[in-house]
Design a protein. Structure first.
Length: 102
């Protein structure tokens, strides 16, 4: 009897391994234009291991039960559905025009 080769369900999932310094989007509760929304928010990975990722944000983020996270750091599992590589770049502040030298 021969075993047929079939792809395992785990192989079908694309798992991203994030490292410190990666810019990511996380699906979380946060403020946008004065209202609380659950949407993707851009942050940066500040700690990562084989299982978990710590993401820090500039804006305030909230736990699902309504509490604000004081240090603005959320933890996610590596390869979870609520974290993805960021598709947009960080906005840079416009540079001030310097007076020309004569």
């Amino acid at each position: 009897m021969t075993k047929t080769s079939s792809p395992s369900p785990a192989a079908a999932l694309v798992e991203h391994r994030f490292t410190v310094g990666n810019i990511v989007d996380v699906l979380c509760d946060h403020n946008r234009d004065g209202e609380r929304v659950r949407d993707w928010l851009q942050g940066i990975v500040v700690q990562a291991d084989y299982k978990m990722v710590a993401v820090q944000f500039v804006d305030e983020v909230y736990l699902t039960d309504g509490w604000m996270v004081p240090d603005r750091i959320l933890f996610c599992q590596q390869g979870a559905a609520n974290i993805r590589p960021s598709t947009r770049r960080r906005m840079r502040r416009p540079r001030r025009a310097r007076p020309r030298r004569k």
